[in-house]
Design a protein around this ligand. Sequence first.
Ligand code: AMP
Ligand code: TRP
Length: 336
Amino acid sequence: MPLPRVLSGVQPTGNLHLGNYLGAVRNWAAGQDQYENYFCVVDLHAMTVPHDPKNLAAHSYTVAALYLACGIDPHKSTIFIQSHICAHSELAWLLNCITPLNWLERMIQFKEKALKQGEDVGVGLLDYPVLMAADILLYQADQVPVGQDQKQHLELTRDIAQRFNFLFADPEQPVLKIPEPMIPQAGARVMSLTDGTSKMSKSDPSDMSRINLLDPPDLIEKKIKRCKTDPVRGLWFDDPERPECHNLLTLYQVLSGRPKAEVAEAVREMGWGQFKPLLTETLVEHLRPIQTRFAEVMDEPAYLESILAAGRSRAEAVAQTTLGAVRAAMGLSRPL
Ligand code: AMP
Ligand code: TRP
């Protein structure tokens, strides 16, 4: 039996933060032996909001190096850069032609990002989820490991695939596989350090709102020292009145690898003055090996390039097979 296939990606908007790590990359690394894995750096998605062309390529390499540093093993997983495989753009176009406009206008992330951008919203921002559907469907992925915020995009991907199969495929022989979202139980929605009701995000103007995977220990200490808490004595999970408390305890629980009940018991009578140094130390110790490995990978650009080149060629073969089937099903002529 072939292993089920997973595909996922992160946008190369600079550094990764703890939300990207706990919601996505850490789980990719943990599942590598159970699946056939494809992980891409989605640089075409990073262009859907204003970007600086001077940094885009470097950021893509940084994110690929972070995948390796977080434990993605190139012998077990195919790592590649989305824009290196033209089939992503081509399938996005073909899927555009069968995706109703109102499906896209409903997307929460589009509405939020469009609101932030005011007048200057590009068509790419609206079309973002169709490109994401193309990423997933090209590889006939069974599972897509992502954070909670991507659930709606996954549902849209499933709807697009179903519509495609309905319109163009024999019901006995669907062309596109319907993928399942794979969302972790803890860490699926890491919240901002400065506001426990909004998610940790690369686009928050304040760097104090997030822990980046490459933050040095003194900066992590400063961020945790200053992060928002409350004046209540004792710490506990799952209190809607205490979103910051729930978030910080969850970070500690997930990074320390201890069961939730055990953590709940240990922190029940703690104050912030006792808990914050504990969290800081856990974070610093968890990120240290990632940072060391990252520096090693960045020191050897030829190694990273060879992995991306090999990844590209493996991914391209799969992508071309699906694209060929989609083109044929939609009635395009064969290129001569
Ligand atoms: P992005 O940075 O938007 O490309 O997101 C890449 C991956 O990280 C996706 O799987 C997201 O669901 C996940 N992610 C982003 N922010 C968070 C967060 N605050 N908590 C959990 N997962 C997140
Ligand atoms: N939209 C995803 C995010 O911002 C990134 C992404 C693009 C993705 N293509 C994908 C994730 C394919 C999973 C599968 O988080």
